[in-house]
Design a protein around this ligand. Structure first.
Ligand SMILES: [Zn+2]
Length: 462
């Protein structure tokens, strides 16, 4: 036998062995520019991701995945970025129905004279369900796979979130004054407890307790809310040090700052997700780090309401867990996490006069692994690694504004928009494929939202 023939035989033998050894999996995402966001920051091009059921089972070069796996379904991601789904660490999903209702106002004027009155007249289980469907549609379309929420009738939000296929850390609001789903804080706490019992252990929903803020809750309510979440080992979500005025409340209660006040109550600890954390001093920063509190940075909301600029660079150097959020759509006015990344980077640069303050890589990290860490889910989501849940997005990179491309990470943060997301996968399930959302009837969701807008308009007419 000629040497060439022996070589051919050997190649054939290897092919047979690998064909037999191939593992059949539910889904392959192939031939993309795989931005893993793993510890080594690997970018694999061309790379593929193998998904079986709810989990990622392989992340490697396209060739290596082809050798090891056979997919019952395959998504070709040639020329596109394959990356972990984005983690929105702070929103109020149903508030998409108040999008554009009242703009260009300061937080307290906006809340007390527009948002709280509108909510008092319009929030109901049906309203919350319609709003959550609209928010879920927008999030799926713009590549968000996990969101942290704080609102009313949170069990309804949980049902719609599950139906849409998204992952949610959902906090039932606790607030001192009567609201649509609770007459008293005690009612709200009871509702939160029922909600926790109903959803604890759900594969997509993590129930949480969400005392609104220190200026909307007294000390006893804040303590009781924290105690409830500690008892059930679920997250606590709170607005913290969002505006400078909030410090007045802390001072009235005998503490120099919002953070020191919450710490004096024994409120701060692992599992606390603090939204905004704009007005903090060095001592506060040390407390937040020591207590293991996660910070949700919401650059667009902070800019729009002129709340201030969070010291993101300082949080990063202190090693505080920090992620990005949009806040509710009424103060943003959308749920696009690509914009949140870009604005987080730009705002930090201008605030510190340092163009290196928040790099594209850091912004992307905050929107993925950083957010996962804030929500206590960094072992389950936030990066593309075998063993993690399959929360994966495929992002188009062929628009004029994305051409040419030297560095995919630069493009993801500085030129990409939510609309560029082509495919969204959560827990191994494809929620959107080539821009077609599979879990929601988009036309019906939009029609329903417009109907609710008519009711909101009528309710706030003076
Ligand atoms: Zn908020």
């Amino acid at each position: 036998m000629r040497p060439g023939a022996i070589g051919a035989l050997l190649i054939a033998a290897v092919a047979v062995v690998s064909a037999q050894g191939q593992r059949q999996v539910s889904l392959l995402v192939t031939n993309g520019i795989v931005v893993t966001m793993d510890g080594g920051g690997r970018v694999i091009n061309p790379g593929s991701v193998a998904i079986d059921g709810a989990d990622i089972v392989g992340v490697d070069t396209a060739g290596a995945i082809r050798q090891q796996f056979r997919g019952r379904d395959t998504i070709d991601a040639a020329g596109q970025v394959v990356m972990p789904g984005l983690v929105n660490t702070h929103t109020h999903a149903p508030m998409v129905l108040y999008r554009g209702l009242a703009d260009d106002l300061a937080l307290m004027d906006w809340l007390n004279n527009y948002i709280f009155p509108a909510e008092a007249k319009t929030v109901s289980p049906e309203f919350v369900r319609a709003g959550t469907r609209l928010a879920a549609l927008e999030m799926i379309e713009s590549g968000t796979t996990t969101f942290a929420d704080m609102y009313y009738f949170e069990e309804e939000i949980a049902r719609e979130t599950k139906a849409a296929g998204l992952r949610g850390v959902l906090g039932e609001t606790v607030i001192q004054f009567p609201v649509a789903d609770a007459r008293t804080p005690a009612d709200a706490l009871a509702r939160a407890e029922t909600f926790i019992k109903a959803f604890k252990g759900d594969p997509l929903i993590t129930p949480a307790v969400a005392p609104h803020a220190i200026y909307t809750n007294d000390s006893a309510t804040l303590k009781a809310a924290r105690e409830l979440s500690t008892r059930y080992n679920v997250p606590t979500i709170i607005h913290m040090a969002e505006t400078q005025a909030e410090a007045t409340t802390a001072k009235e209660r005998g503490s120099p700052s919002v953070v020191s006040y919450l710490d004096s109550l024994g409120f701060l600890g692992p599992g606390v997700v603090a939204a905004h954390a704009v007005w903090v001093n060095d001592a506060d920063m040390t407390i937040l780090k020591a207590r293991g509190v996660g910070v949700s940075h919401n650059p667009e909301s902070n800019m729009k309401l002129a709340s201030g600029i969070a010291p993101v660079k300082a949080y990063l150097s202190a090693g505080v867990a920090i992620g990005l959020g949009t806040d509710g759509a009424a103060s943003n006015n959308d749920l696009d996490m690509f914009e949140a990344m870009r604005d987080a980077s730009f705002l930090s640069k201008v605030a510190t006069s340092d163009p290196t303050a928040v790099s594209a890589k850091t912004a992307l990290q905050m929107a993925t692994m950083g957010g996962a860490r804030v929500l206590g889910m960094d072992r389950q989501i936030g990066s593309l690694e075998p063993g993690k849940h399959a929360d994966v997005i495929v992002v188009g990179m062929s628009a004029a504004r994305q051409t040419p491309m030297y560095d995919p990470i630069s493009h993801l943060v500085y030129v990409t928009r939510g609309d560029d997301v082509q495919t969204t996968i959560v827990n191994g399930k494809v929620l959107m494929r080539n821009r077609k959302v599979t879990t929601l009837d988009a036309a019906a969701v939009l029609k329903d939202a417009r109907m609710w807008a008519g009711k909101v308009r009528a309710a706030v007419a003076r």
